[in-house]
Design a binder for this molecule. Sequence first.
Ligand code: ADP
Ligand code: MG
Length: 338
Amino acid sequence: MANPLDDLLRGVNVLREQVRQSLDSEGNWLERLALRPPPPDSRSLEELWGELDALVGLESVKDQVRALVAFLQVQGERLERGLPEVATSQHLVFLGNPGTGKTTIARLLAHMYRSMGLLRKGHLVEVDRAGLVGEYVGMTALKTERVIRRALDGVLFIDEAYALARPGQRGVDFGQEAVETLLKRMEDHRHRLVVIVAGYPRLMHEFLDSNPGLRSRFARELIFPDYSTDELVAITELFAQQNAYRVTAAAAEELRRIFGRVERGEGFGNARYSRTIFEQALNAQALRLAATSEKALGHRNADELMSLTEADFAVAARTLGEREPRPFPRPRRWRRAS
Ligand SMILES: Nc1ncnc2c1ncn2[C@@H]1O[C@H](COP(=O)(O)OP(=O)(O)O)[C@@H](O)[C@H]1O
Ligand SMILES: [Mg+2]
């Protein structure tokens, strides 16, 4: 007679094999996902110029980017001819309020550097104070080093960098440790790292003045002005176009009224506000179509599906509270006394 324990054992073995196989296939699947390299970015300088030009407004920023790229190109050619390199810093300061296009330009610039052969990868690593500063003694240097290693051959973009010049909680100034590590590594990796520090203009000047090493290394400043009402309308239209939507003429007028009314302070979200309004309008459009169209779902024509109307934006603005004071936190100390 067969031993019932044998049966049990056999059963367990079969189960174990099944579990192993399913884990294996899952493991492979995960591995394949993780190992698939991201598609290499091979946009040419020409294409990148096209993308830069397609951005609304930002004329002075575009001019400065053109000047910087031209300068770097000449330096590159000089080097090829055996002429000495001018000792200059490639690191940049981006001054501007939230939503003024700083990250967008940094990303484009990183790829321009790559397409010119100045950076091997041209990726952008974006961090803020929390991404660099640790909570214990000794942690900050490690954390900062790790971020810098990730950014090598690309651009390290430090958002709201002024926060590094302020003592953290408990009065311990780990921000200073991050800045010192950064300055040192910028020197060590002169040819493999471009650092961009960004933030509110006034606070950034305070930050740069907090350390003489910073002032000398971040010599070039790009100023990102707030967008005008017309530019915000154009940016919203661009979002629509990029997503195969269309802003009707009456809707553009409504947008002009909405942006004209909005209170502008240092914390105003600029193009981020355009994006929020646009996203809210998509919801409003969907509800409008669901409520008003007699046609069954799935039978609306493309024009209906694409059109964003005056009413959609009016609803969007109302949803956002219209007061739309400052959806983005701004540093306390600059808040106007009321
Ligand atoms: N001039 C512009 N033209 C078109 N889109 C823009 C422009 N500036 C910003 N945007 C868009 O607005 C959003 C916020 O811009 P971002 O670069 O993140 O601003 P910041 O980094 O200054 O906060 C992004 O989706 C970006 O693509
Ligand atoms: Mg940004």
